[in-house]
Write a protein that binds this ligand. Structure first.
Ligand SMILES: [Zn+2]
Ligand SMILES: [Zn+2]
Length: 248
């Protein structure tokens, strides 16, 4: 079919599908008005983190802190900026798991929709890349859930996306239960870059589904910086936040 006809046809087909299947909330399956949005009840159940907080790590600031938190000032993290849409909790967790094990692309779009406002407008033509899986994991799962989210986010921002540039060169074990130093050691040197010249001088936005300690993203940032990246930032769907960090 020629391009002239393909466009309206696709539009009609999409309209028919939208008409046949009313959009449902990805949290509770309640019928909603807008595709990819949460219903007001589910929306209210989640702790949205937004763009405020420490300029670097994004965590809420104490009354005595200006734009950086004391921790970032004392020990600057390996990432220039970290943001997450929601605090990791029951519902954000179930959304992330359903994407990871169910390959629900619509969920990746929903996540990206709520991550998109966390964009840093100061970045110069950023390149969007997912935190990679090792190829063995990629084969067994068939896809990288962070890659699906990164692609949707790049699409929402109208930015370049590359899922092959950054690679996990060796498999890493689960970081669960490890101390900060153990985690750092476990992921150090586990990443490599396919074409260093594509990274040199660029602003990079790393995308991940869930942010726990940040060790994995920091190891990614380390190789990207070594290859000459100007800035490396991280955007996630959900982030593990201790209640004390939210109460500040
Ligand atoms: Zn809902
Ligand atoms: Zn901070």
């Amino acid at each position: 079919m020629s391009r002239v006809f393909a466009q309206p046809f696709r539009f009609i087909a999409k309209t028919m599908i939208d008409f046949a299947l009313p959009p449902r909330c990805p949290g509770c399956a309640e019928v909603i008005d807008e595709v990819g949005a949460f219903c007001p009840v589910c929306w209210g159940r989640m702790e949205w983190l937004g763009n405020s907080g420490c300029v670097t790590c994004g965590l809420p600031l104490a009354a005595t802190e200006a734009d950086s938190c004391a921790r970032c000032l004392a020990e600057p993290p390996g990432l220039d900026r970290m943001r997450a849409a929601v605090a990791y909790d029951e519902l954000p967790r179930s959304i992330a798991l359903r994407l990871k094990y169910g390959r629900k692309v619509a969920l990746a779009r929903t996540m990206a929709r709520y991550m998109a406002p966390l964009r840093n407008d100061a970045l110069i033509t950023p390149l969007i890349i997912p935190v990679p899986l090792h190829r063995r994991r990629l084969w067994s799962r068939g896809f990288n859930q962070s890659g699906l989210v990164a692609r949707e986010l790049a699409r929402a921002w109208g930015r370049e996306f590359d899922a092959r540039l950054l690679r996990r060169t060796r498999p890493t074990q689960s970081l669960k239960g490890m101390s900060h130093n153990q985690r750092k050691k476990a992921v150090d040197g586990a990443f490599g870059i396919a074409q260093k010249e594509r990274v040199a001088g660029r602003d990079i936005v790393l995308v991940d589904d869930v942010l726990t300690s940040g060790s994995t993203a920091e190891a990614c940032a380390k190789v990207l910086r070594k290859a000459g990246a100007r800035r490396v930032e991280l955007i996630c769907w959900a982030r593990v936040v201790r209640p004390s960090q939210l109460m500040r």
